[in-house]
Structure formats: C-alpha cells, structure tokens
Design a protein around this ligand. Structure first.
Ligand code: C5P
Length: 433
C-alpha cells in the first residue's frame, strides 16, 4: 500500500511552529466509525503546537481517507508495515520512538486485544509493541463489546502496564444502540494529551527564584551483611522529575537520592545515599529549605544488627531482627525553626486512598500528600505515568493521569503559588543571625 505524500496538499505555515515546540504525537487510527473524527483531532492537536504523524490501519482506511489525514498533519500517513519505502526511510521502531506520546484514536476492541496480547501483525500493533513512549488510548466500540469480560480484562492489563485511557463516553452509537462506547470528543482527547504532556503546565519558569528546595527520591538499601540488602522497586523517576521541575522554576534544589539507574539531573546538587539513616542525615544537612518534597520510598525497617561478615547458610531457617527506620518526612515536618515552610509527602495506598492520606497528613505533620492507589495495578512503579489524589488540609483534588514530568510541573506550579512572595529560607536564616 503506498504511503500518501502530503506536501503538495498541505497548508504552509504551521510546520514552523510545530518544529519550534518540538513535541510530537504519533496518532494511530484504527478501524472504528469514529475514525471520521480524526482529521478534526489532528487539526486541534496541531493548534496546541504539537506535530502529529498518523498511522492508519487497513480497517481505519475504510472510515477516513489517508489524504485527509496527510493534509491536516502535513506529513505522510504510514499504513503498511511491509512497505519497503517506509522500512528504508523510517523503520517502524524509529516511527514509534520519535514521538513524545502515542495516541490510539479510535482504539477498537481489536487493537486493545492485540496490544494486551503482544501481537504484532501489522504496522499499528508492531509499533505499539515496539514503542518506549507512553500510550494514550481513546476506546470506541459497541457497548456490548465494551462490557465484554475479554475487553475489560484487556483494559485492566493495559492500565497495569501504564496505558492511559480517555473515554469512552455514554451515548447513541452509530450501530443504533445506546450505552458506553462512544469515542471521547476530539477536544476531550486534546485536553488529555495536553494534560499528559504538560503543554499548559510546563512549570512556572522563574516563579521559585531565590527559594531552596529539598527533594528525596528513589529507594533506600538496608544492609543485612556486607553483600546483601533489603530494598524496594522505586525507580526514582517521580522524585527526579520533581527536582527538575522545581529547578526549572528557579529553586536551588538539593536532591537526596537512594540508588537509582538515573543520571543526576544537570545543574542540581545531587547527594547519593544508600540507607534511610544516611538519607535523613543528608536531608538535615540540606536545611534550611523553603520546600521539602519526600518522594523517596524509604524502607520502613533495617536489620537491627547487620552482620559484619557474610551470613553463612546453616541449614536452619534464618531469623532477622528488624529495627524501625527514622521517618524522614515526619522529622522534617517537626523540625521546629528549621521546618521548611512547605513539607510534602507521597502515600502509596491499597485502599481508602483519601482517608488514609488524611491520616498520614495528620500523623506526619506535613502540609500536602500526593496519594496513589497501588492496589488497582496502576503501573506506577517504574512506569512513566502517575495518577494521584492531591490531599491538603483544605480538601482533595483528583488529578488526571499525567506523565511523571507533567505531574512534577503541576506540583511545582502549586508550590510556587503556596510559597508566593514570602521570604526565602535564605533570607529567614540571615534575619535569625
Ligand atoms: O509511612 P509511609 O511510608 O506510607 O509514608 C510515605 C511518605 O513518607 C513518603 O513521602 C515517603 O517519602 C515518606 N517516608 C519517609 N521516611 C520513612 C518512611 C516514609 O520520609 N521512613
């Protein structure tokens, strides 16, 4: 199947703006009747400054003309895995990785099943399997297909792997039935994309100038003996993203991180620690700060008496005595005169999310808690997506599914609002002398 050349049809002018912003969406259009709305979706995505490249499945071609998508995207439309031209110009791996976000709209029951099962029989499913970028899907299908346990199981699997969904909505369907299954409207999909990529919340550049921030990130490792340790699965992605967002907003950031596979963020003073007690010490040394964000997954316990030499097998069960670790968030929140003006924690909960977050807010004495539900297989650990309830003494906000960078930018904006024009930790330190 030939690729569709758009250059001669395309209106000129917007391409420059797209290039300036440099963010790219790969839109995979599959074979639902709602595909007829995708030229409008492309147009609206491009109005936000995004570049859009389209992939069309064989069934999708029945509902929308490749030339229409080529014209509005000002790009080729890719529609055949085995086209030699595509493979030489732009392999499907590159196609799937050059985007910041892959959007599947409409996402049929078929493509969701393929993605859940890991099938790769055409260009769309292959690139969805090959991509290392977040995927946002707008399902569209008949209500019975939507409600079918197979579809629901596929959705649960995909959510667990970090796929973000927008819609479907309830309403009349093209097939004459009524119910859940209509694709979300283009403007709703654009909103979800904009929130996800933080298009409107790239962070309050400069709003935190003159302030100091302390961020903890990653896991802690608690030694059992010289070669073994107890740890957890925290990747540090969220904590590092928060450090970057606060720095972008102008704060002088100290990042105290446990062992992670991430590079130190450029321009940020990064202190590497292993254990919870080392992390607490490094945090105390980093004070005063105007804001502390405790995103680290600190081990609650450590070995009470770590062995000085490697523990040997004896053929009998081994019992380990554990001692409780210091609570870094609680310690910072109760640091008296040295308490940062704003102390923020995270809470990974498996039930009663908001009630438990409220209890934690009071127990730890912090100001805000970002609570994630880790019971619903939300793929938070190690993934690029986070969905939180933002809990303060004043109330609770449900934030939408966001990339970890977008969540960090949104949090930095809230920190800047809260700290307002108050004096910085530096000026308070000076006035105490
Ligand atoms: O008590 P829990 O582990 O659920 O609380 C999570 C929050 O507390 C996170 O913000 C985490 O960084 C912080 N925490 C801490 N020190 C600990 C345990 C948790 O700072 N020892």
């Amino acid at each position: 199947m030939p690729k569709t050349a758009a250059k001669s049809l395309a209106p000129r002018g917007r391409a420059g703006a797209d290039r300036e912003r440099g963010r790219r969406v790969l839109l995979v259009v599959t074979g639902g009747i709602a595909a007829y709305k995708t030229p409008e979706l492309v147009r609206r995505l491009r109005e936000t400054g995004l570049a859009v490249r389209c992939v069309l499945t064989r069934a999708g071609r029945e509902f929308v003309a490749p030339l229409a998508l080529a014209a509005v995207s000002e790009d080729k439309v890719y529609d055949d895995l085995f086209s030699l031209t595509i493979e030489s110009e732009m392999g499907h791996i590159r196609l799937s990785r050059e985007a910041d976000l892959v959007v599947v709209a409409p996402a049929t029951a078929d493509i969701l099943a393929k993605l859940a099962a890991g099938l790769a029989g055409d260009l769309a499913s292959t690139l969805l399997l090959a991509t290392d970028k977040p995927v946002l899907a707008a399902p569209a299908m008949n209500v019975r297909m939507w409600e079918h346990p197979a579809t629901q199981a596929n959705l649960a699997t995909l959510r667990q792997r970090g796929v973000v969904f927008v819609g479907p909505e309830e309403g009349d369907m093209a097939c004459g039935e009524w119910g859940m299954g209509r694709m979300a409207e283009p403007e709703t999909i654009v909103e979800a994309v904009a929130a996800f990529l933080a298009l409107k919340t790239t962070g309050p550049v400069g709003a935190l100038a003159g302030t100091r921030a302390l961020v903890t990130s990653g896991p802690t490792w608690e030694a059992l003996d010289p070669v073994r340790y107890v740890a957890n699965r925290s990747s540090g992605k969220q904590g590092h993203a928060i450090a970057r967002a606060l720095a972008r907003a102008g704060a002088r950031v100290t990042l105290v991180t446990g062992p992670v596979a991430l590079a130190d963020p450029p321009g940020i003073a990064t202190v590497h620690v292993e254990s919870a007690r080392e992390m607490l010490e490094a945090c105390e040394r980093a004070l005063p700060a105007d804001v502390a964000v405790c995103a680290a997954a600190v081990a609650d316990w450590r070995a009470a008496n770590p062995a000085r030499s490697k523990i040997k097998k004896t053929g009998r069960p081994l019992s380990l005595a554990l001692a409780e670790n210091p609570d870094i968030l609680g310690t910072l929140a109760r640091a008296g005169a040295r308490r940062p003006r704003l102390v923020i924690g995270f809470a990974a909960e498996t039930g009663d999310l908001v009630a438990n977050a409220r209890k934690k807010l009071a127990a730890k004495g912090c100001d805000w808690i970002l609570a994630n539900d880790v019971s619903a297989d939300t793929g938070v650990f190690g993934g690029d997506v986070n969905t939180v309830e933002f809990v303060t003494r004043a109330g609770t906000e449900s934030w939408p599914a966001l990339s970890k960078d977008a969540l960090a930018a949104r949090l930095a904006a809230r920190v800047a609002d809260a700290l307002g024009s108050g004096r910085s930790a530096k000026s308070r330190k000076r006035s105490r002398r």
